[in-house]
Design a protein around this ligand. Structure first.
Ligand code: BGC
Length: 240
């Protein structure tokens, strides 16, 4: 019928180490409804998480496709690592297929930091995105194009510990706000030396604990970008 063009809507899911969050985005990537959230059933097999997601999204408006940000390494919809979800069943789990069956719509899955960054960056030059949450997420983009997934979390950083051991949520609580803030600056220094990035973005739930002035070319991104990034997974040429 003339004028009744179907508007494509996207269910966007952010799987976190603490919460599972979701909303539906319109064609332009705006949230149609407030985000819904439940605690992540950490330690449960993947099937339990898929069921929790199916229940979580059941009351949401209609959607045509599904985007998922996942807290680990994902290739072609298959999970390779899930360090903060506490179950060995994740390794090799085809999350895209399982969700496609559970929700009956096409599904794309990508690393959570990669997805959040797609909504945060400007699309110019070399941009680095770090997410400070339960874990430590990292992503790199050149002129808006996602680089092959940059997994810094488990790489040595300082004092014989990895980035995540020094900057994850457990470390923040243990070290206290001042020391954790110093470490964030140190991480930015190290990563500038490594990449010579033009801009850095700090996201994730713990970015609210950042204090004082941030280095030049660094900005904080609102946590809702974790969901908003979902619209970009359906752009042509995004490396999944
Ligand atoms: C994982 C990353 C993930 C980050 C944030 C880390 O433990 O290895 O892949 O992006 O946590 O969730």
């Amino acid at each position: 019928m003339a004028g009744s063009r179907t508007r494509v809507t996207t269910l966007s899911i952010d799987v976190g180490g603490t919460g599972l969050k979701a909303s539906v985005l319109d064609e332009r990537g705006r949230m149609l409804v407030d985000r819904v959230r439940v605690e992540t059933p950490v330690g449960s097999p993947p099937g339990v998480v898929v069921t929790a997601l199916r229940r979580l999204v059941a009351p949401l408006p209609h959607y045509h496709r599904v985007s998922v940000g996942f807290p680990g390494v994902v290739r072609d919809g298959v999970v390779r690592t899930a360090p903060n979800l506490g179950h060995t069943g994740w390794q090799g789990y085809d999350l895209a297929r399982a969700l496609q069956r559970a929700l009956g719509r096409p599904v794309r899955v990508i690393n959570d930091a990669d997805m959040q960054g797609l909504a945060a960056i400007r699309g110019k030059g070399l941009e680095l995105v770090l997410t400070l949450g339960t874990g430590f997420g990292s992503a790199l983009y050149i002129h808006g194009r996602l680089a092959p997934h940059l997994e810094l979390a488990h790489v040595p950083f300082r004092k014989g510990e990895t980035f995540e051991q020094q900057l994850g949520n457990a470390a923040r609580k243990q070290a206290g706000a001042r020391a954790w803030n110093r470490r964030v600056r140190k991480a930015l220094d190290v990563l500038f030396t490594l990449t010579q990035y033009d801009r850095a973005y700090l996201g994730g739930g713990n970015s609210k604990h950042l204090q004082g002035k941030l280095p030049r070319n660094t900005s904080i991104v609102p946590n809702e970008k974790g969901i908003l990034g979902g619209i970009h997974l359906w752009r042509e040429g995004v490396a999944l």
